[in-house]
Design a protein around this ligand. Structure first.
Ligand SMILES: [Zn+2]
Length: 93
């Protein structure tokens, strides 16, 4: 996808977590949960095994090797090609 436009604002650089490792407190095994756009997402159920029906007791492990962090900067783009349809979008670079 190609986007042309003017950058009308930038945010500060922050670390965004894309994949967070959680520890199931029942079977005590770690598993990875995708964090879409860095949005903190708790697991809905234990990701280790179907036989474990833990849905509530998880512990996030931010310092685990399998946790994926990324430095992101949010920028705001304003379309300059089409004056009728001005739209804004937020991108993570
Ligand atoms: Zn479990």
């Amino acid at each position: 996808m190609t986007v042309r436009g003017a950058i009308v604002g930038t945010g500060s650089i922050r670390a965004v977590c894309l994949q967070l490792t959680f520890l199931c407190k029942i079977c005590e095994c770690p598993f990875i949960v995708d964090q879409p756009y860095g949005l903190y997402t708790m697991p809905k159920k234990c990701g280790v095994s179907d036989e474990c029906d833990n849905k509530n007791y998880f512990e996030p492990h931010e310092n685990s090797d399998t946790t994926l962090m990324m430095d992101c900067r949010k920028i705001r783009l304003q379309d300059v090609q089409n004056y009728d349809v001005r739209y804004r979008c937020d991108l993570y670079l």
